[in-house]
Design a binder for this molecule. Structure first.
Ligand code: KG4
Ligand code: ZN
Length: 341
């Protein structure tokens, strides 16, 4: 007999091919197994994600990660009750690989396949560690592809408080790291470089405090100019490079924390959850902890792209009666447009 609800989640929106099995009983979710194949080393050769290469890798890795997730869970394909797949937002060709694979699997096994919004997955990824945060809460999703501050009123009812008008926070880290000569993706390396100093002689402009939304493209220009102006000292002094990294990190963290602080005050919502690759940043964590009464971070492995969050959303929505089997690929898919229960 099949257990209550066993969901196979599939994620291919960017450069990770991932599958996970999540089981729901009494509406609590347990990860049975997960498998992920990262393409970072491949794309690092080109200094960023090459969409065509990413799609090809997904095609190759999808059967492998699904097989690994199932065998890790000790299950066979016919033990699965539902497939959840990321259908947006993300890179079109990459999404297409995951969705087509999931559709094929669903048809051959006679299983329903539901569409999952990747950002919604990040917004609830803290629940994968058993942390259930009371509604309403604020969710800050900060990664290489997304920078969104969302008011979560209930599953499916979201108000975007701020999103980026240009680069994502992770992109700001990565592009600055590139300018400092660090390898892609660079965010973690830049942060590591910054840890050896506690102040900086370099002054970067405060990032868009006046606008409603985030914007990091001005910072990128300011960093490029500052690095060019101080090239000699940066080339000859390791401490100066660390100080530049420190100034960059402070500028990005300050921009994120400023909007969070304002939203907490204006909306009077004291609970914040933080996810996405940039939420691994120690300076950001410390700053948010010191400024928001209740902050919950996703576990490091679920901060970054993963399939457990996809299975989680597919299962939550199925149980709440608000799932969608419309498998349309949406490279842009704002969370405000999601279906309510
Ligand atoms: O969530 P993620 O793995 O993939 C995307 O969906 O983009 O996020 C990757 C991003 C990269 O930009 C990476 O540089 C950044 O997260 N990142 C960090 C740190 N660790 C990862 N940025 C700053 N500090 C870190 N410690
Ligand atoms: Zn993501």
């Amino acid at each position: 007999m099949k257990p209550s609800l066993v969901v196979l989640g599939i994620e291919t929106s960017c450069d990770e091919t991932a599958a996970a099995v999540v089981e729901f009983s009494d509406s609590s979710a347990t990860i049975r197994a997960e498998s992920i194949s990262s393409q970072i080393d491949l794309h690092a050769l080109y200094g960023g994600v090459v969409p065509e290469l990413a799609s090809r890798e997904h095609l190759r890795n999808l059967p492998i990660v699904c097989e690994q997730a199932l065998s890790g869970a000790g299950l066979a394909m016919n033990d699965i009750s539902l497939i959840g797949v990321t259908s947006g937002p993300g890179l079109k060709g990459c999404l297409l690989m995951g969705v087509t694979f999931a559709q094929g699997l669903g048809t051959s096994l006679g299983l329903p396949v539901n569409a999952v919004n990747h950002v919604e997955g990040h917004m609830f990824s803290h629940e994968l560690a058993g942390n259930i945060v009371e509604y309403p809460f604020l969710s800050l999703v900060v990664s290489g592809g997304h920078t969104e501050l969302v008011l979560v009123e209930q599953l499916g009812k979201y108000q975007v408080i701020a999103r980026t008008m240009d680069d994502a926070a992770g992109e700001a880290f990565d592009k600055s790291a590139h300018l400092l000569g660090l390898p892609y993706p660079g965010g973690a390396a830049l942060s590591q470089l910054a840890t050896s100093v506690e102040s900086s002689r370099f002054v970067l402009p405060k990032v868009t405090r006046e606008t409603e939304d985030f914007s990091f493209s001005g910072l990128k220009t300011a960093v490029a100019l500052a690095i060019r102006k101080s090239k000699h000292i940066l080339d000859s002094e390791d401490k100066a490079r660390a100080e530049m990294a420190y100034a960059i990190e402070q500028a990005i963290v300050d921009a994120l924390a400023h909007k969070v602080r304002r939203a907490v005050q204006i909306l009077n919502v004291p609970r914040l959850v933080v996810a996405g690759g940039v939420s691994a940043n120690k300076t950001l964590r410390a700053k948010l902890k010191s400024e928001v009464p209740e902050v919950v971070f996703s576990e490091p492995k679920h901060c970054t792209d993963n399939a457990a969050m996809v299975a989680l959303i597919a299962g939550k929505r199925e149980l709440a009666g608000c799932s969608s089997n419309k498998l349309e690929i949406m490279s842009q898919w704002p969370v405000e447009n999601l279906m309510n229960p």
